[in-house]
Design a binder for this molecule. Sequence first.
Ligand SMILES: Nc1ncnc2c1ncn2[C@@H]1O[C@H](COP(=O)(O)OP(=O)(O)OP(=O)(O)O)[C@@H](O)[C@H]1O
Ligand SMILES: Nc1ncnc2c1ncn2[C@@H]1O[C@H](COP(=O)(O)OP(=O)(O)OP(=O)(O)O)[C@@H](O)[C@H]1O
Ligand SMILES: [Mg+2]
Ligand SMILES: [Mg+2]
Lengths: 223, 223
Amino acid sequence: SARLEDVSKDYALGRTQVSALRGVSLAVEPGEFVAVAGPSGSGKSTLLNLVGCLDHPSAGRVVVDGRDVAALDDDALSDLRAQKIGFIFQSFNLIPVLSALENVEFPLLFRGLPRAQSRARAERALDEVGLGDVARHRPDELSGGQRQRVAIARALVTAPVLVLADEPTANLDSKTGEAILDLMLDLNRKQGTTFIFSTHDPKVLVHAQRVLRLADGRLEAAS
Amino acid sequence: SARLEDVSKDYALGRTQVSALRGVSLAVEPGEFVAVAGPSGSGKSTLLNLVGCLDHPSAGRVVVDGRDVAALDDDALSDLRAQKIGFIFQSFNLIPVLSALENVEFPLLFRGLPRAQSRARAERALDEVGLGDVARHRPDELSGGQRQRVAIARALVTAPVLVLADEPTANLDSKTGEAILDLMLDLNRKQGTTFIFSTHDPKVLVHAQRVLRLADGRLEAAS
Ligand SMILES: Nc1ncnc2c1ncn2[C@@H]1O[C@H](COP(=O)(O)OP(=O)(O)OP(=O)(O)O)[C@@H](O)[C@H]1O
Ligand SMILES: Nc1ncnc2c1ncn2[C@@H]1O[C@H](COP(=O)(O)OP(=O)(O)OP(=O)(O)O)[C@@H](O)[C@H]1O
Ligand SMILES: [Mg+2]
Ligand SMILES: [Mg+2]
């Protein structure tokens, strides 16, 4: 589960300050399928980064699985992310020198899973997102939507309890996007995986149990 | 205008070959507003890269403004791109150390326009895509949709005769995406700017005069 309590995030920019999130409070229960919608620049990626412990709030508390993440040191944070959280980045963040397969294997090897098993699981994860044929390609040898799907496979391969998906279907045609969505709905129903999406895609929004709307760094009252 | 005559594109991958485009023929007249649609991995970006002279075909001819681009040397190609073509990349390709404003100014300075005029035109271009407030931010200080709009402003600021737009609304919410589309339709109607889009976005497709469909590297017969 994940909770934000009156969270604000400011970025320093030269001598000015950008207020990206302002007094945001929300609670996501285990097993939920929640979407965060809002205009470009409204703070969606910032919100996901805070829930995923990739960044610290400027004010307020971030509580993941009952623990205030401000109380955790860097090693504990790194563990929490590796063990529990799967993050699908808006700009993918793939490792350029590794193949798609090696990119997806990486988090499993990082957790100490033996090579043979990591490879088998990574191959299966790539098949599930339709990339079985291009497993040996490096990111610069893949299309935009293929890179997006490698990022998705990598986030899901560790079977995390919480998946933070930053616009996971932005670069996908509707048929491929639907298939990815079905995969995620399936994980949510069968494994109880919690999903928090940031998305503009109406197809994702219709499947969300709850849609939180951000505008200018603030959450609008639930409708 | 732009023409592809029986164009194929293969990529070498280790000892195998990936056939990204196969025998594609198409002609786009000046002033057209054409969309290329198709599943992820079907060859859209590859097609746009060939029309934009960023890459060479493996077979067939690419003819831009009546000239076979295979006959042009690197300088002539670079000139053609700088003078006539605006390219909006699927992954933006912004210069990380420059601000949004400097990124948009760059093609104008490259053409020899004096600093004061380049700056004024770049500021106006950023205003037109709603980024007036964030002109001083660098790409890593911008949201995904803001980066996409910097890439759009940069492509349009030189008033090119041909704009190649690779999924220009993928990272934009529907309202921002509509505004960008209106901007482009306006340029098309008033300046006669030719647009070739690759897109999955139904909102872009409905505005296209013609939709070319790619599947597995081949163009389907026009409907
Ligand atoms: N490192 C940074 N420094 C300064 N400002 C930043 C930084 N990162 C983000 N911002 C600003 O914070 C605001 C929120 O950004 P964020 O990436 O969360 O938006 P978003 O809702 O994800 O947008 P999009 O839909 O375009 O991806 C934006 O106005 C952006 O310019
Ligand atoms: N440098 C490369 N080396 C090998 N294969 C490549 C390379 N670049 C692209 N490909 C392959 O060529 C095919 C077409 O890629 P392209 O980027 O044109 O697709 P696309 O239609 O733009 O897809 P998307 O909608 O996902 O952006 C894909 O199968 C891709 O894996
Ligand atoms: Mg974002
Ligand atoms: Mg593409």
